[in-house]
Write a protein that binds this ligand. Sequence first.
Ligand SMILES: Nc1ncnc2c1ncn2[C@@H]1O[C@H](COP(=O)(O)OP(=O)(O)OP(=O)(O)O)[C@@H](O)[C@H]1O
Ligand SMILES: [Mg+2]
Length: 395
Amino acid sequence: MPVSIFHRTALAQELATHILDDDLAPARSGLFLGARRRTGKSTFLQQDLCPELKRRGAIVIYIDLWEDLDQDPGDVIIEAILGELAQHEGVVMRLARSAGLERVNMAGVAFTLDRVGLGKQVSLAKALAALSDECQRMIVLIVDEAQHANTTEKGSTALCAMKAARDKLNMGPHHGLRIVATGSNRDKLAVMVAWKDQAFFCAPMKEFPPLGVDFLDWICQRAPASAALRVDAVARLFKRSGYRPEWMQDGLSALAARDDWTPAAAAAAFEEAVEARADLRVQGLLGLVGLLSPLQSAVLRVLAAQGRRFVPFWDRTLETYRLVIEVDDGNKVTEPISVESVRLALEALKDKGFLWRSPHGVYTLEEFGIREALEEGRLLTASTQRVTLMGSQAV
Ligand SMILES: Nc1ncnc2c1ncn2[C@@H]1O[C@H](COP(=O)(O)OP(=O)(O)OP(=O)(O)O)[C@@H](O)[C@H]1O
Ligand SMILES: [Mg+2]
């Protein structure tokens, strides 16, 4: 049985208007939406936003870069675009003619599309322009977990090709190309719009809004009537779950077995199910943190506490690591805390999957709830937050 979902129609309409609006400069440069993991990004994009954009006449190409992690993200992007091109015979004809092929048959389709791609005879920008001209419609490219493109050279090149296509199609006789990118890690996504050499430098970034009260109302309606589940009671738990719908589904599953609840017993069972999931998650993550060396653990916690203010190699930060190890953890510092040992600790944390390193060497947390787990384990202490801003006193 397919899992039923709560449709976010108003949000889809609002975003579609924003994305397709011709006069909005931000929409023309691309829209970056960040939200933490498992909060319903892909579901919304596929179930609500894509249909709404199509309903308004756009050609929508949806690409999930996390769908097959074994495939190079650059190839995933190209394949998705080729897949759309292949559906439009007229476009293939245009491309064939521009590639010097006069007559195209079925074999010619594959042959023609084979000439489209990065560093090939027909660039992605040219192919998308042909699609735009043939269909006379706006194209919207939706790239889910876009930051993953930056993990390979081909992926980064594909992003640049998308930017070139965007610039080409948003000018002149074409019908426009919009790029919508989402990501589970705001920091990683921020790198894509904040660094000068990134394809989408200066594109606007927005927080993808979490599911809200209307979703909780829908959840309460789905509980057995005898449970008389109330939105205000589940709202607190939803916040605690990091706005993850699956945790609410766990609560519902706990109630599904009976239909003779008293409201108090139902609320307690719902809460217990959500708390059990929270505990499991936090304990699992803290267990992994417990296996780190004292310096690795300190570096991880200082990074988690300081986020984008984190400067790993400053003297002041090295001192912060020492404080965390000695004062918070009550350990003796047995290894020198130096630029080199911190670099090794950061690399080890990256290899263990706690951190991500951008092409520029900026370290950020892999977004899988580690910050929240450290918070719940009370490991983000005052010492870990001790930071010196350029030219100011330690706080
Ligand atoms: N609107 C919704 N109504 C009901 N359930 C939902 C809704 N959105 C998401 N879910 C459920 O929450 C889970 C996570 O959803 P989804 O995969 O869309 O999130 P995500 O943010 O893309 O996750 P990831 O970070 O893993 O990519 C899925 O099990 C999905 O069925
Ligand atoms: Mg997703």
